[in-house]
Every structure is written in structure tokens, then in C-alpha cells.
Design a protein around this ligand. Structure first.
Ligand code: NBG
Length: 794
């Protein structure tokens, strides 16, 4: 930023917005009024770089990147913007002049929870890095009125309530009534002189709501454009005048449902007509907007691949292939072959999961009904691919009367990428094995990353102060500079300072856990954290069974030399995912018993704060000593929480899965607690009949833990009957086989933690070697290998 204001300037600007934008006098202002006044003040500083970021690429005819995603898990915006603009110190002073408590103001902002988990949070980190790197880009998503549900626990069980972030004015967005597009559904396709003409029978209007995303140092801000659904027909005045108010508002209500709620599941095919409509709504609005801008700037459609790079975040926007072809053919009179070449030169697809239930497929009859013209084009793409690639019959896009969205995305993409080295290898050898053989150059890897501005500088002030003082501030924009810390790992004074920083975060968290949950977390105990969506493959069950087995062992030897530990869980289960909800119930049941057990209380505490979200992650991760990354090998595509923990100085206990593999390689095997089967071994084991029973019979600890649950020591046994039955007889995610290895690795953690200086040394080396996991590195990779773009000039 060029003109840095003084604190009194800032104070005056805040007062101006309080009075003139909020229309409040200071004596009546609520925290909400102050937060909006502060937000508008900060927003003013973003507008100038934002305008420049829109004008510059237009004037220079530069290539733009378009990131299409059904999810952007943004969290709070205000503090991130303050820090990226370099206004943190000045703002502290300004708020002090106004006698305002900064934390109270920041905490007033609701999380923008427009995502489920890793995929959505990755999109948000990418938006920040795109701006920090000055890569001209737009993010396109949906402006859900209700983000991810809120989670409460009632008698230990998850209860969902609607999230309501737009129930109050959202100060960061600008509505663009002039950027509206009709999105059509259903109807029929007529043949007019050999050309297809779609006569849709339904339509809604997509309206743009723009949020600028400012990058580090405030020189650039790209646009996150979220689409809200509005009716295309006005409400029925006749019916209204006749007193039928409900019927009069029907078109409005119908349209609104399209952007009403985020589907609360990122790993199963929702199989719902509304979901397909949402995906098309986003994709069509984005592509119409991209085409409008492109034509205004360039005119010549042949330039499309040179000026436009579109990234499909998973298969959710995979209808983009047929939609772009449709626009080029039906609106611009292009023939199919040429349209397909241009589309393929423009589109790219990121795969985020190998779980079969998460690979989207739509029944042909549904696709035909909702998008009849697109179904025609899909058949054309498939037939053309069969002809040109000589593919075997079983590799088609349409199989068993279903449209396979992964295959469609792959065939329509210039580049397909996985999200970690291991995942990309598995993408090649499993889901897209046949397509990879036909197109051996198409799949590339781009290991995920996270933005160090939010996940270090903003969320971990004690560590940030230590880093700044030790190696300067350059790491913020160039995370590889963390390497400069390495020599300090052997310096006792540095290690003590690192321990003090971690302890400050732990004390802060501990106070919160006591106030909110009544859990007494001793800041000198190991803070052992597993936070992520609740899913069987992520194996929260393994973690809680280990806690039970440990509790049991402490009881056998209550005077033993146990290393105190606080286990912290956080995460939501999809509302219909019964097994995941049972595990939540179990964790809460176990916590209640263990935390109140006078024999074990000083050694083991379990905390499960409800409603895990981005803001909670910002509190938990900096306070963690131990990061639980214990998925069944081969199942977690990458993980991104694992990276956040590492750069905040937590050590990992984990399997060789996703990006854990790369984390371990970089931080060094001696600074990582490894256990468990490899992906290859896990696949073989899962196919072995009776594997779970065999493993349980061999493990005294696991058997004891299961026995205690079955006896009803934590809650009514019938609650857990199915869970136990599945664990003994099925156990597809190999909790039993990996149990003993996990238990042993945890005892290594105990021993390592008791040697404080060595633990701190390992933590320092984890931080020093985590630079690779910046999303700046990831975005540079996409720019070089996939989008072929360069940063804008200053
Ligand atoms: C998730 C994977 C994670 C990965 C994120 C971001 C989906 C479908 N996939 O392992 O499970 O880190 O994507 O790539 O949400």
C-alpha cells in the first residue's frame, strides 16, 4: 500500500463510517455497528488496488484465470484484510483511541462458511495467494444464504441448526445488478435446419455479488464473484391483489432455493436434482460472464485458450465442458469440432478424491430432463472421444445409464491434476487408469498448500513475533525463508522462546476450553489435536479407541509415570452419515467418563468443542503439540490441516497418506511419528477376509477398549452395537490392523515429549522445513504448468 494512514486518520475514518454509513452516534453504537464501521474503513483501502487489478489486465489484454468452485470456505475477512494491508499496528492504535477492544470487534464477524472442509478451504487459500502473487484471476462460486450448518451437542449427540450469516448486512460485498444472466433448465431441443435449438421451460437469474480479496501488502485484489439466484419473472400482482400472497411469491421462492443452502457433504454424491441445478447455475453464470468479458476485450474466439484459463475445482462444475461447447455452437455458430478444441484448450480439472462414493455420476434420465441440450453434447463428446482415441468400450462417459462426471471432466480438460504426489500416482493407477493410458501427458501433480498469512501471521502472533525477530519478516511472502531457522534449532535460547510462544497459545486455548466446556487442560500436558470432517476413513475412531486403551492402562497402574495429555477433537459429520455421528457420540461419552475420573484426570483429558470452523481452527492449530493425521493410507487425497499444524510447530503422528508423505520427507523421518500400513498394503489387507477379527484377537489393548464400550462403561451399549459389530466384522478402514502400531507410536510421542529440549528442536525443524507448503508455491505451479500465466506487472 502506498499511503499508510496514521492512527488518528483511521480513527476519523471509522467515526465517519459509523456516522454516515451505519447512521449511528457513538453513544448508541453496538459492537456490530463498530465492526461494520471498521470493515468499511478497511474496505476503502482495498478498492484502489482492486480497481487497478481489474483495469490493468484489461488494458494489457492479459490472460486471466477463473477458479470455478462450489465451495469457498473463507472464514472471517476483517483481520486478514487488516494484516494484508499492513494496517495491524495502526489499527490497534486507532481502536485504542476509540476505547474499543479489538478482539471483541473481530469476534463479532460471522464466519463465511461457504464450504464443507478441505476442498473449500483450499479454494479460499488459493484466492489469497492469487492476489498475493498478482495473478489476474476471478473466483466464481455460489452465494449461499445458509452456509455449513451449526453443530451443537445434546447428550453427546450432534444436532444441526441452520447457519445464518446473511441475516445481517455483509460489509464486504458489492452487488452488481447489471451483471445478471439467465440460467435455463428443462424443456426440449428442436432441430431447425440441422441446428439444435434449446427451448427451455424454466429459468432463473444469476446475479453477481463481488467480494475483493486483497493480497499480501495490499497491491492487488482479485474478485470473488458469488452468484445469487433471483426470479426471472416478477411476482404475480394479480394473485397478490386477490389476496393470495403465498402463490404470488412462488416464482421468487422457487428461484431462491437454488442459492439457499450449501450441500453439507463433500464426499458423497448427493444425487439430488437441486444439486445438479446448483452446479449448472454456477457453471453457466460463470461461463456467460467469462465469455462476455472475453468478447469485450478480444473479440476473436480463436484467442480463447490464449486469454482464458478455467480451473474446475473437482467435478462439481464439470458441466462446464458441454456448456462452453453449447455457448460456442448455439450462440456463436461454431461447429462442434472447433468448439471442442477451444474448450479443451481452456478447461482444466482438479481431482480431490479417490473415494468411489464421492465421484459424481448423474442418471442419464435426470441429465436429459434438466439439461436436454447438454445431454446431446455429452453424447457427441463421448462419440468423438471413442472415434479419435480408440478407447475401449468400457471407458466411455456414459456407463450403466449414468453420466460419469470425472470421465467427462478428464476428457474435456487440457490438464488434470491430483493434489499430492501420492494422490496423483493413485489417480493415474486407479480411477483414471484407462484414460491415463490414452492420454499419458494429461495428468500432472500440484501438491496443495495453505496461505501463511492467515495460518501463521494472523493466527499465531506469538510465533510470528519470534520468527520476525529471528529471521526477519521475509517469510510471509516467501515461506522458503523459514529455512533460515534451522541453525536456531540448536540454540537453547531460541528453543526456550519457541516453547514460550507455544505455551502462550496453549494457555489461551486452555482458558477457552475451561470457560466453554469446563474441561481442565493443563498447558504443560501434550495438546493432541485431531480436527477435520468426521469420516470413517479419517479414523477418529482409532484415536478415541487409543484414548480408551490408555485410560484402561492408567487404571492398571495409577502410580505409573504417565505423560499428561489433552486430546482435542473438532469436526462435523454430514447430517445423514450415521456412523460418523455415532463416533461423535462415543467421543463425547468417553470424554464425560474420563474427564471426571479422579484416578486418571491428571493424565488424560478429552475436549470436543462443538461447531468446528475456520475461526476455531485458528485457535486450535497454533496451540497444538501433536497433529493427528491418521487416515487409512490411500484415502486422504492430500490434507491441508496437516500442513497448517507443521508450520505452527506441531509434530505429526501419521500414516503414509496424502501430503503426509511429503511432509515427512521434508521435515525428516526422525521428526515425524510414523505408523501404519502403506497404501498398497492397506488395499491388500482390506481385501483379506476376516482381517479385523484377526487383528483384534492379537491386540490386548484394542480388545480391552472394545470390551469396555460393549460393557456400557461410557454409555448405553446398544448405542454402540452396530459400530462394534462393524469394527469386528468389516472394518473397511483398517482401524484394527493399524491399532497396535498407532498405540506404540503414541507411547513414542509420550517419551519424546518428556525430553523438552529435543521436542522443541524437532518442532523448530518442522517449522523451518515447512516452506514448501505455502499455497504461493502451489499457485506458482498451476501458473507455470497448467494455466501458462505470469504475474501482472507492478
Ligand atoms: C478433499 C480431500 C482432502 C484434500 C482437499 C483439498 C474433497 C472432495 N476432497 O484430502 O479429501 O486436502 O480435498 O484438495 O473434499
Amino acid at each position: 500500500m502506498t499511503d499508510i494512514p496514521t492512527a488518528t486518520d483511521l480513527r476519523d475514518r471509522i467515526m465517519y463510517h459509523l456516522t454516515h454509513t451505519q447512521g449511528r452516534g457513538a453513544e448508541f453504537a453496538t459492537v456490530f455497528d463498530w465492526r461494520l464501521a471498521v470493515s468499511f474503513t478497511i474496505r476503502d483501502f482495498i478498492v484502489t488496488p482492486w480497481m487497478a487489478a481489474l483495469r490493468g489486465p484489461r488494458d494489457q489484454g492479459a490472460k486471466r484465470v477463473y477458479y470455478l468452485s462450489m465451495e469457498f470456505l473463507i472464514g472471517r475477512i476483517l483481520e486478514d484484510a487488516i494484516i494484508n494491508l499492513g494496517l495491524d499496528k495502526t489499527m490497534d492504535e486507532a481502536l485504542a483511541l476509540l476505547d474499543l477492544d479489538k478482539q471483541v470487534v473481530l469476534d463479532n464477524e460471522p464466519d463465511a462458511a461457504l464450504g464443507n472442509g478441505g476442498l473449500g478451504r483450499l479454494a479460499a487459500c488459493f484466492m489469497e495467494s492469487l492476489s498475493s502473487l498478482r495473478c489476474p484471476a476471478f473466483g466464481y462460486g455460489i452465494r449461499y444464504e445458509h452456509g455449513l450448518f451449526r453443530q451443537r451437542f445434546e447428550s453427546g449427540q450432534q444436532v444441526e441448526t441452520p447457519e445464518d450469516w446473511l441475516n445481517q448486512p455483509h460489509p464486504w460485498e458489492f452487488v452488481r445488478v447489471d451483471y445478471s444472466y439467465n440460467i435455463c433448465f428443462k424443456g426440449h431441443v428442436a432441430d431447425v435446419d440441422g441446428r439444435a435449438v434449446w427451448h427451455p421451460s424454466e429459468s432463473v437469474q444469476a446475479r453477481a455479488y463481488d467480494t475483493p480479496v486483497v493480497g499480501w501488502q495490499g497491491t492487488w485484489a482479485n474478485t470473488l464473484r458469488l452468484w445469487g439466484a433471483h426470479p426471472t419473472t416478477l411476482f404475480d400482482l394479480h394473485r397478490f391483489n386477490a389476496g393470495d400472497y403465498t402463490a404470488a411469491a412462488e416464482p421468487e421462492a422457487l428461484a431462491r432455493t437454488l442459492s439457499r443452502v450449501l450441500y453439507p457433504d463433500d464426499t458423497t454424491d448427493a444425487g439430488k436434482e437441486l444439486r445438479l441445478k446448483q452446479e449448472y447455475f454456477l457453471t453457466s453464470a460463470a461461463l456467460q460472464d467469462i465469455m462476455r468479458r472475453f468478447l469485450a476485450e478480444h473479440g476473436d474466439l480463436a484467442l480463447l485458450p490464449e486469454k482464458v484459463a478455467i480451473q474446475l475445482n473437482d467435478t462439481h462444475p464439470a458441466i462446464a465442458g458441454p456448456e462452453l461447447i453449447r455457448l460456442l455452437m448455439d450462440d456463436h455458430g461454431m461447429d462442434f469440432a472447433r468448439a471442442q478444441v477451444l474448450a479443451r484448450g481452456t478447461l482444466n480439472y482438479t481431482n480431490h478424491t479417490l473415494l468411489p462414493e464421492a465421484l459424481e455420476r448423474w442418471p442419464v434420465w435426470l441429465m436429459e430432463r434438466i439439461l436436454p441440450r447438454h445431454m446431446q453434447i455429452i453424447r457427441q463428446i463421448d462419440a468423438d472421444h471413442a472415434k479419435t482415441s480408440g478407447r475401449p468400450a468400457h471407458v466411455g462417459i456414459i456407463r450403466d445409464d449414468q453420466v460419469l462426471m470425472g470421465e467427462l471432466a478428464f476428457i474435456m480438460a487440457g490438464r488434470v491434476n491430483g493434489v499430492s504426489a501420492l494422490h496423483t500416482d493413485l489417480v493415474k493407477s486407479t480411477v483414471f487408469h484407462d484414460l491415463h493410458k490414452l492420454h499419458p501427458d494429461r495428468i500432472v501433480n500440484q501438491t496443495n498448500g495453505v496461505t501463511p498469512r492467515r495460518w501463521l501471521r494472523m493466527s499465531n502472533p506469538p510465533l510470528t513475533r519470534l520468527l520476525d525477530a529471528t529471521i526477519g519478516t521475509g517469510w510471509t511472502a516467501d515461506l522458503d525463508q523459514l529455512r533460515l531457522l534451522e541453525p536456531h534449532a540448536d540454540d537453547a535460547a531460541f528453543r526456550d522462546a519457541l516453547r514460550a510462544a507455544k505455551r502462550a497459545n496453549k494457555v489461551h486455548l486452555s482458558n477457552g476450553l475451561l470457560a466453554d466446556l469446563g474441561v481442565k487442560a493443563d498447558p504443560d500436558a501434550i495438546f493432541d489435536v485431531q480436527v477435520k470432517r468426521m469420516h470413517e476413513y479419517k479414523r477418529q475412531l482409532l484415536n478415541i479407541l487409543e484414548a480408551i486403551a490408555l485410560w484402561h492402562r492408567i487404571h492398571e497402574n495409577p502410580n505409573g509415570d504417565w505423560t499428561p495429555r489433552v486430546k482435542i477433537f473438532g469436526g462435523k459429520a454430514a447430517p445423514g452419515y450415521w456412523l460418523a455421528k455415532t463416533v461423535i457420540h462415543l467421543i463425547n461419552d468417553v470424554a464425560r467418563v474420563v474427564n471426571n475420573d479422579p484416578v486418571t484426570a491428571k493424565f488424560l483429558q478429552i475436549a470436543y468443542p462443538p461447531n468446528y470452523n475456520v475461526s476455531m481452527a485458528e485457535d486450535l492449530i497454533p496451540a497444538a503439540d501433536l497433529s493427528e493425521q491418521i487416515s487409512t493410507a490411500g484415502k486422504e487425497a492430500s490434507g491441508t490441516g496437516n500442513m497448517k499444524f507443521t508450520m505452527n510447530g506441531a509434530l505429526t503422528i501419521g500414516t503414509l497418506d496424502g501430503a503426509n508423505v511429503e511432509i515427512r520427507e521434508l521435515v525428516g523421518a526422525e521428526n515425524f511419528f510414523l505408523f501404519g500400513l502403506t497404501a498398497e498394503e492397506a488395499a491388500a489387507e482390506a481385501a483379506t477376509p476376516g482381517h479385523a477379527r484377526t487383528a483384534i484377537e492379537k491386540s490386548e489393548d484394542m480388545k480391552a477398549a472394545l470390551q469396555l464400550i460393549a460393557e456400557g462403561r461410557f454409555g448405553r451399549p446398544d448405542t454402540y452395537f452396530s459400530l462394534l459389530d462393524r469394527t469386528w466384522n468389516d472394518d473397511p478402514f483398517l482401524v484394527a490392523t493399524d491399532f497396535d502400531g498407532y498405540f506404540a507410536a503414541q507411547r513414542q510421542v509420550d517419551a519424546a515429549y518428556r525430553d523438552g529440549p529435543n521436542w522443541d528442536r524437532m518442532a523448530a525443524l518442522n517449522i523451518a522445513r515447512s516452506g514448501f507448503f505455502s499455497s504461493d508455491r502451489t499457485i506458482r505451479g498451476y501458473m507455470a504448468d497448467i494455466w501458462h500465466t505470469v504475474p501482472a506487472a507492478i
